[in-house]
Design a protein around this ligand. Structure first.
Ligand SMILES: [Zn+2]
Length: 318
C-alpha cells in the first residue's frame, strides 16, 4: 500500500495543481470578458463600489421633464420690430412666422435666425374675403398648379433659413384640394414642415399634408382672435388648461401689444408650468408619444430599475 501510495500522491498533487490553474484561468477570463459597464440614463449617478463603503451619491432614476408640452407660434411677423425683440427676449422657444413681403421681413428673419429661434414662412393664401390681403401677392384657387408652385417658391425664397411654413389667411385656399396640393408639393420638395393655421373648418391642408408624408401640425387655439388684454389672457388660460389635459397643443398668436404684454407676464410667472417647444420638436414629440401600452411598459421598466438600484444599495451596505 505504501509503495502504491506514492504515484497516488503525485496524481493528487497534479490534480490539485490542475484545479488551481483552471480556477486561475477562469478568474482571468472572467475579469477579461467582464461585460462593459452599461450606459446609464442621464441624471443617474454611479454607485461607489468600495467594499463596505457607503455609495457616494444616491442612485436616482433619470430625471424626466414631466411638464406638459405646448407650442406657440407668433405669425404676421415683419412689421413691428420692437414687438419681435420683446418676444425674442422672453427666452421661451416660441416660433416666428414671417410674412415674406412685409416691409421688415428680411430684418425680422435675420433677427430670428440670429436668436436661434425657429423661423417659419407665413404664406399668404386666398381668404373668402379678398380685401383682407392688403395689396400683397397671395396664392389663389384660380391660379393653375404651375402658377401656385412658382409663387410659393418665390415667397419661400424671401425668407431663407426657414424650417417650416404656415398659411396666412387661406379660408378659401386651404378648402380647395387642387390648390392646396400644389402648395404642399413645394413645401414637401423643400423638406419643410407645415402647420395648418386652420382658418376655415373646411381646410384640407393638414389631412393632405399628413397623407403626403409632410411633417405637419395643426393649430388648436388662437391666442388673440380678440386682441383685448382680457380676451388674450382668457385664451392663454385655455391654452394652459388644454395643454395640461391633452399635451401637444399648438397655439398661434400675433405680435399685438396686448399679446406681447400678456405673454411677457405669463413667462415671468413660470409659463403656467408648461414646457414650450418649437414646432419641429413638437412634431418629433408627437411622433414618439408613447401609446397606452408603451406607457405601461415604461412604468414596468422604471419599477424594475428602482428594484435593481435598491438591491445594489442593500449590497453596498446601505
Ligand atoms: Zn397671418
Amino acid at each position: 500500500m505504501a509503495d502504491a501510495g506514492k504515484p497516488n500522491w503525485t496524481r493528487k498533487f497534479l490534480a490539485v495543481t490542475f484545479v488551481v490553474l483552471l480556477g486561475l484561468a477562469a478568474a482571468i477570463a472572467y475579469v477579461y470578458y467582464l461585460p462593459l459597464p452599461v450606459l446609464k440614463p442621464a441624471g443617474e449617478k454611479t454607485l461607489s463600489h468600495k467594499i463596505g463603503g457607503k455609495p457616494k451619491t444616491k442612485v436616482r432614476p433619470a430625471k424626466i421633464d414631466k411638464r406638459p408640452t405646448g407650442t406657440i407660434i407668433i405669425d404676421d411677423i415683419g412689421y413691428d420690430m420692437t414687438a419681435l425683440k420683446r418676444l425674442l427676449a422672453m427666452g421661451v422657444d416660441f416660433a416666428f412666422s414671417v410674412l415674406p413681403e412685409a416691409p421688415r421681413a428680411a430684418d425680422s428673419a435675420r433677427l430670428i435666425r440670429a436668436s436661434g429661434r425657429e423661423l417659419m414662412v407665413h404664406i399668404p393664401c386666398e381668404p373668402i374675403d379678398r380685401k383682407q390681403m392688403k395689396g400683397m401677392r397671395f396664392l389663389q384657387v384660380d391660379q393653375d398648379a404651375a402658377e401656385i408652385r412658382t409663387l410659393a417658391g418665390d415667397l419661400l425664397d424671401l425668407v431663407p433659413g426657414a424650417a417650416g411654413a404656415n398659411n396666412h389667411m387661406g379660408s378659401r385656399f386651404t378648402a380647395n384640394e387642387k390648390a392646396t396640393r400644389a402648395l404642399l408639393g413645394v413645401i414637401k420638395s423643400r423638406g419643410l414642415f407645415f402647420v395648418d393655421s386652420v382658418t376655415s373648418w373646411n381646410t384640407v391642408a393638414y389631412q393632405m399634408a399628413s397623407g403626403m408624408g409632410i411633417k405637419c401640425l395643426k393649430r388648436d387655439i388662437f391666442l388673440d382672435h380678440d386682441p383685448s388684454a382680457r380676451a388674450v389672457q382668457a385664451q392663454l388660460d385655455a391654452f394652459q388648461v388644454l395643454t395640461k389635459e391633452k399635451d401637444g397643443v399648438v397655439a398661434i398668436g400675433h405680435p399685438h401689444e396686448n399679446t406681447v404684454a400678456v405673454l411677457g407676464k405669463w413667462v415671468k410667472n413660470g409659463a403656467g408650468g408648461l414646457k414650450i417647444i418649437r414646432p419641429s420638436k413638437m412634431i418629433e414629440h408627437k411622433m414618439h408619444k408613447p401609446t397606452g401600452q408603451q406607457k405601461k411598459q415604461q412604468v414596468r421598466q422604471q419599477g424594475a430599475l428602482l428594484y435593481e438600484n435598491g438591491k445594489k444599495r442593500a449590497k453596498a451596505g446601505k
